[in-house]
Write a protein that binds this ligand. Structure first.
Ligand SMILES: C[S@@+](CC[C@H](N)C(=O)[O-])C[C@H]1O[C@@H](n2cnc3c(N)ncnc32)[C@H](O)[C@@H]1O
Length: 267
């Protein structure tokens, strides 16, 4: 019948759009995807606000072959909720495509995203290059993709948004069937950890991508009342305590004086 992919925005239950809320009210099944980003409030608060039961959707449930979300959407109305914007820095186009292939009527409702909220730093969105993701280093796996992307962007004078890893433990089928299941607290990469990893790569590669002149912006909990934006050198920002998740990091390219004027507010 129908699938509505609804973006929730960056903060709490009140950030959903009026149109998104209308879809939720009309839906028989409501799924909440919780592994690509994290809402500030828990599932119970959302359920109270919607007056409806919410099913947590793990990565396996969304991306696996045996997809109960699409099975339900064949004969019922389904709302699939995503934190931030559903198609910004997430991989939900696969679910969208599969719904289309099954002839399920599919609607998308957008919302604020980390990709646009960073405009508040004063950095012009037009001057960002490729976005990159940083994953936690393992003893035998230390990917350098973020360093290469920053190198490419800064060579072209462009800013780089680095999204920082979220590691969510995959729940079992029994966990998901349990109405009172609360997902384990995910592991979040902090701005400090992200910068330390970049410094470690710089030490190994020595391409002078990250140095004492590099200007960075750390943003934490953007779009939320206690958000923090901090601008400075790598060591200034690395030693600042940003508090709880979520964190992102921006490595600045060439700065226009208008950008510098706004950034000065966050020194
Ligand atoms: C895979 S992206 C998903 C983005 C989401 N779909 C959106 O549109 O905002 C998740 C990453 O974005 C960053 N992020 C998301 N929300 C954030 C926020 N409010 N403040 C700072 N960083 C945030 C974090 O680095 C987090 O690990």
């Amino acid at each position: 019948m129908s699938l509505a992919i609804i973006s929730l925005g960056l903060y709490d239950e009140k950030d959903i759009t009026v149109r998104g809320l209308e879809f939720v009210k009309e839906s028989e099944y409501i799924y909440l995807e919780y592994y690509t980003s994290v809402l500030h409030i828990d599932k119970k608060k959302l359920e109270e606000f919607f007056g409806k039961k919410i099913i947590l959707a793990s990565r396996t449930m969304v991306e696996g072959d045996d997809n109960e979300i699409l099975q339900h959407a064949k004969d019922s109305s389904v709302a699939f909720l995503v934190v931030g914007d559903a198609f910004s820095a997430t991989t939900h186009s696969d679910l969208y495509l599969r719904a289309k292939e099954l002839d399920i009527q599919t609607t998308v409702v957008g919302n604020a995203s980390i990709l646009t909220a960073i405009g508040e730093t004063g950095l012009q969105l037009y001057k960002f290059g490729k976005t990159t993701s940083m994953v936690f280093f393992e003893p035998d796996w230390k990917p350098q993709t973020a360093y290469d992307v920053i190198k490419m962007n800064t060579t072209n004078g462009l800013h780089t948004l680095c999204l920082l890893d979220i590691k969510v433990a995959e729940p079992t089928k029994q966990d998901l069937a349990n109405e009172n299941y609360v997902p384990q607290q995910p592991r979040f990469m902090t701005i400090k950890q992200g910068l330390e990893q970049l410094k470690e790569i710089e030490l190994e590669r020595g391409d002078n991508v990250i140095n004492t002149d590099t200007k960075v912006v750390g943003v934490a909990r953007l779009g939320q009342p206690d958000q923090i934006i901090k601008f400075g050198s790598i060591d200034d920002v690395l030693n600042f305590d940003f508090g709880g998740p979520l964190h992102s990091l921006i490595v600045c390219g060439n700065l226009h004086f208008h950008e510098e004027d706004v950034l000065a507010l966050f020194k």
